[in-house]
Design a protein around this ligand. Structure first.
Ligand code: 13P
Length: 260
């Protein structure tokens, strides 16, 4: 490996699996992975809120080193926010990573960079790590606006963060046109944008932050394309949607170093 950033492979289950299905899935995944896999790669799963306690119980009972994640959070810590879940509630369930600003949250639920920034800050304040998502639409890419869109999202979502905080963050580059479409960015295109993001971080927060921040690629990552994508110098892991629902496929993605 050209750098000492440990890859992070994260499974975003989205709105799939009830808590019984979640238990089966996490048990199968735990069975498929071995200690050597965890030595090479950090692994997280992001079930729906209703599954988190069940998944936590399985992971704790067997001391499985898969990190627990969430897909979203509210920025306030408590109060009159009907239907929302707070950072401290997630932290109490041993959640380590929280996805903020997924494109589905931005596009379907109107989350702005300002909201994403507030959520990321709240996640950090509760002692967890945000996975901050950025990415452009197909129209933006075709219009030559991919970099400016992503640059605006990085600046807005990470506004006010110190260099130390940025160094420990995870940013996920997910081109919207590659999500759930079976269409993956080529390894070169994914590398180009992830390298660009690292450059932005370096310009604003300095070389230690740029060297530390982990940048995931997301968008139709499968067992077959993971090794080449993960082999790119600025790609430090993957945010996996559809393929993370199948424990065997997800385990094969986690084990990408064996296939490189
Ligand atoms: P797919 O892997 O299903 O394309 O989803 C990507 C994604 O949105 C992960 O957050």
């Amino acid at each position: 490996m050209a750098n000492d950033r440990k890859p992070l492979i994260s499974g975003n289950w989205k709105m799939n699996h009830n808590h019984f299905e979640a238990i089966q899935t996490i048990q199968k995944l735990a069975y498929a992975l071995e200690s050597g896999d965890y030595a090479a790669v950090d692994v997280s799963v992001h079930p729906p809120f209703t599954d988190i306690r069940s998944v936590q119980t399985v992971l704790q009972a067997d001391d499985v080193p898969i990190a627990l994640g969430a897909q979203n959070v509210h920025q306030a810590d408590s109060g009159a926010y009907t239907g929302e879940v707070s950072p401290s509630m997630l932290a109490k369930l041993d959640v380590t990573y929280v996805i903020v600003g997924h494109s589905e949250r931005r596009e379907l639920f109107g989350e702005t960079d300002e909201v994403v920034n507030a959520k990321a800050k709240a996640v950090l304040a509760a002692g967890m790590t945000p996975i901050v998502c950025v990415g452009e639409t197909l129209e933006e890419r075709n219009a030559g606006q991919a970099e400016s869109k992503v640059a605006g999202q990085v600046a807005g979502s990470l506004a006010g963060f110190s260099a130390d905080v940025v160094a420990a963050l995870v940013v996920a580059y997910e081109p919207i046109w590659a999500i759930g479409t079976g269409e993956t960015a080529t390894p070169e295109d994914a590398q180009q944008m992830c390298g660009y993001i690292r450059g932005l971080v370096g310009d604003q927060w300095g070389s230690a932050a740029a060297g530390g921040v982990r940048i995931q690629y997301g968008g139709s990552v499968k067992p077959g394309n993971a090794p080449e994508l993960m082999g790119q110098p600025d790609i430090d892991g993957a945010l996996v949607g559809g393929a993370s629902l199948d424990p065997d496929d997800f385990a094969r993605i986690v084990r990408f170093p064996l296939y490189q």
